[in-house]
Design a protein around this ligand. Structure first.
Ligand code: EPU
Length: 335
């Protein structure tokens, strides 16, 4: 167990914000976490993963918790299925790489997504037509309110688009491990634009194609600070969609009709139409190849630079299309 005070969080957020927290606690087991003397630690508590989907908007006055539970255990379910119990502190992409190297199908479309398994379970990460919820059979947590461990079935996790019961619990549930189901039998999912026609002879081949696709569009956080998609893709009613189409004039609005009749519009397209590609504010910028991503372009961007870009984008997209974008990246801090 590691407990540090007045801790520098620069290495714990992929945006590279130079912020500190009053206390940082990293634990290696459920026993270590449940044995913590929470009353003696600065409040509030906030649990983070790799810090790849958050923006610290200032110094954090409380305790940042981080899991170093990094066990991976395989349970053979017979036939073609395998269950894998994965600790919350395992790096998501290291897990995907391992599964692919064992010729196990299921996670390959989620290759190269930054972050750890715990955050993947909270956030229901998704890419190229697959979401975390498609793999999960259960999640084990620590309940901060009752101070005991508890389990959720996949249905009880309440998964939606980048959403779960954990995300809406106000920090009550800390993910300890996730139980995932993977398959020996090939089950490629290649319907997403860019994956059609690729070599899908093994999960490793699909992984390769996904990595190539992501690298062509998204900045590598180890080179340019960022937290992936900064905004969610808005889901609008048919009526609102007509308004967007009217505002778009002659340009055709890309969209996906969801099973419930609502319509998902790519935020990247809305932002692009407002001319934001490459826009800068202090050290922050809108990524040229994918304007849904805001970056710490100079390495010295401040939280305020990013927040100002966010404000400009939200205001102009709203003015032009009547759509209010909501951030996908979680904002943490006290500004
Ligand atoms: N587009 C533009 N201009 C651009 C780029 C994109 O107009 O410069 C439009 C195009 O119409 C394109 C559409 O946006 O077809 C969608 O773009 P893309 O396929 O790149 O996906 P996205 O909807 O922007 C989502 C996820 C990504 C995930 C990709 C691939 C969200 C908020 N983002 O992005 O997830 O990798 O799909 O599945 O749902 C993340 O969550 O951090 C993330 C990167």
């Amino acid at each position: 167990m590691r407990i540090e005070h007045n801790f520098d969080l620069s290495g714990h957020n992929t945006f590279g914000m130079k912020v500190r927290c009053a206390c940082f606690v990293e634990y290696e087991s459920l026993a270590e976490l449940s044995g913590l003397d929470f009353d003696s630690l600065p409040k509030p508590f906030k649990h983070i993963g790799e810090g790849s989907n958050l923006l610290f908007t200032g110094d954090f006055p409380g305790t940042i918790l981080h899991s170093a539970i990094r066990k991976i255990k395989y349970v053979d379910m017979g036939l073609d299925e395998l269950s894998v119990v994965v600790g919350a502190g395992v790096r998501w992409d290291a897990l995907v790489e391992e599964l692919c190297s064992h010729e196990l199908w299921g996670a390959e479309n989620l290759s190269l997504i930054p972050g750890e398994v715990g955050a993947a379970a909270v956030q229901n990460i998704g890419a190229y037509g697959v979401e975390f919820k498609d793999l999960v059979s259960g999640v084990s947590c620590f309940d901060m309110q009752e101070r005991r461990s508890c389990k959720f079935t996949a249905a009880e996790c309440g998964y939606g688009y980048r959403d779960s019961v954990f995300k809406n619990s106000g920090g009550r549930y800390i993910v300890i491990s996730a139980l995932l189901r993977v398959s020996r039998k090939p089950r490629p999912r290649l319907d997403y634009k860019g994956l059609e026609g690729i070599d899908a002879s093994s999960p490793a081949k699909v992984r390769e194609a996904v990595i190539q696709l992501r690298r062509s569009k998204l900045p590598d956080p180890s080179e340019t600070g960022n937290a992936g998609s900064f905004f969610k893709n808005p889901v609008v009613s048919a009526l609102d969609f007509t308004r967007i189409a009217d505002a778009a004039g002659s340009s055709e609005v890309p969209h996906y009709v969801l099973p419930d009749g609502f319509i998902k519009v790519p935020a990247a397209w809305l932002i692009d139409q407002c001319g934001f590609k490459g826009e800068t504010c202090g050290g922050a910028a809108v990524w040229q190849k994918q304007p849904l991503v805001l970056v710490n372009a100079t390495g010295d961007a401040t939280p305020e630079d990013i927040l100002e870009l966010e404000r400009r984008i939200t205001a102009l997209v709203h003015e032009k299309f009547g759509v209010r974008l909501s951030p996908e990246v979680e904002h943490i801090g006290d500004i």
